[in-house]
Design a protein around this ligand. Structure first.
Ligand SMILES: Cc1ncc(C[n+]2csc(CCOP(=O)(O)OP(=O)(O)O)c2C)c(N)n1
Length: 378
């Protein structure tokens, strides 16, 4: 054992401490950027069948097409709010593939694809983007509940909600977890720390994701925090925390599956930081990424995006080809066409209804305005 003088010296060596923090979070990686498996044991541990690979690939393609179509509709003024997802398909789709219908999804505004693959019809997602009240009804086409809360706009707030739901699931001894997504920016919010800390203290059934996509609107990751890794924030709450290559679908799935198993068996939450990148604008509301980042950086990240490596690996393994991909993309787009028609056919929300749905107890002034709007048929 080190003598007290050596220990004291080490305690006061702040440089060393910073280095230790940096070294404490190696990145979990299984399928590299070139589409090669770098760890066969981890691949085996993920236990993904050929069908699982196809399902994850299809979910990622669905997400990419939703992104493309939503962006186009937004440009035509036919969509409401949209936060692009290109580049984050592994972080969103391979992670959510590890959860069950009974698990509770706590999404942020960028996590629409995760809700859709839980059975939420796309036409409702379109209505949500338009602020229509029917976009806040989380049921499947045939009326079954979808265990998701509405996409949270207040960054980080879903972490507190997740902690509460996770504790409820534990107390009711449910075989289910709450899984929440926020971003690198969200991980600086008070709600983030409160949620992780509370869930940790009560060993609640939660899995927390920080999708580190490099930017919080225009704020780069380097300016977000001095923490060498965002995952380090989980350690302050005593929560196992890991960093994963967020563009590697196999690593993201494996991490999520292991985290869920840990949380559901009563050990408490796990925090997963997925290292990924937002390849497009923050939202379709007028953000121009070139005002705060270089095109070269964006181009470099496009080379590392998850679909490329998954396609290469699955094609090499003989379980995927361009025909399957083209057919599936056509199928998705026909489906999206139908869903747009359904959304467009829903009668427009009146302003008075919107206000009534927003305020449980309208003030006197608001009541006057509602009456006035109604008298004008608005
Ligand atoms: C509490 C709060 N503060 C500020 C905002 C404004 N805002 C919207 S998105 C955003 C950046 C969030 O970045 P990040 O958490 O990294 O997620 P990303 O958008 O990159 O997915 C901010 C500051 C907000 N929605 N909520």
């Amino acid at each position: 054992m080190a003598d007290i003088t050596t220990t004291n010296k080490a305690i006061l060596d702040f440089d060393h401490q910073i280095q230790e923090q940096a070294d404490a979070f190696p990145t979990l990686s299984v399928l590299n950027n070139k589409g090669e498996i770098v760890d066969n044991d981890a691949l085996e541990r993920a236990a993904l069948s050929d069908d699982d690979f196809k399902n994850i690939m299809k979910r990622m393609l669905l997400s990419r097409q939703l992104d493309i179509r939503s962006t186009k509709l937004a440009k035509q003024g036919r969509f409401g709010f949209f936060a692009p997802t290109a580049g984050q398909e592994a972080s969103q789709m391979a992670s959510s593939y590890a959860f069950n219908d009974d698990d509770w999804l706590m999404p942020g505004y960028r996590d629409i694809p995760e809700i859709v693959v839980k059975g939420w019809p796309i036409w409702k997602a379109i209505l949500w983007s338009r602020g229509h009240v029917l976009g806040n009804v989380f049921t499947t086409e045939d009326g079954k509940p979808v265990n998701s809360w509405m996409p949270q706009i207040i960054i980080g707030a879903q972490y507190v909600e997740a902690a509460g739901i996770a504790l409820g699931l534990k107390k009711r001894q449910k075989d289910a977890v709450a899984y929440a997504y926020t971003g690198d920016g969200g991980s600086s919010q008070g709600d983030f720390y409160e949620g992780v800390n509370f869930a940790g203290a009560y060993k609640a059934n939660a899995v927390f994701f920080i999708q580190n996509n490099g930017f919080a609107i225009s704020t780069p990751r380097e300016l977000q925090t001095a923490a060498t890794h965002l995952a380090a924030k989980g350690w302050s709450a005593g929560v196992p925390s890991i960093v994963v290559d967020g563009n590697d679908p196999v690593a993201v799935y494996l991490a999520s599956k292991e985290a869920r198993a840990w949380a559901v068996s009563g050990h408490g939450p796990v925090l997963i930081e997925t290292l990924t990148n937002r390849l497009e604008a923050h939202s379709t509301a007028g953000d121009d990424p070139l005002r705060y980042r270089e095109q070269e950086d964006i181009d470099t990240w496009w080379q590392k995006e998850p679909l490329l490596r998954m396609r290469k690996y699955m094609t090499d393994r003989g379980i995927w080809d361009s025909k399957q991909e083209e057919d599936y993309i056509s199928e998705i787009n026909e489906h999206i066409d139908d869903q747009i028609k359904i959304a467009d056919a829903v009668s427009k929300q009146k302003i008075s209804d919107f206000v009534k749905n927003t305020l449980e107890v309208p003030s006197y002034a608001m009541t006057e305005q509602i009456t006035k709007l109604e008298s004008e048929g608005k």
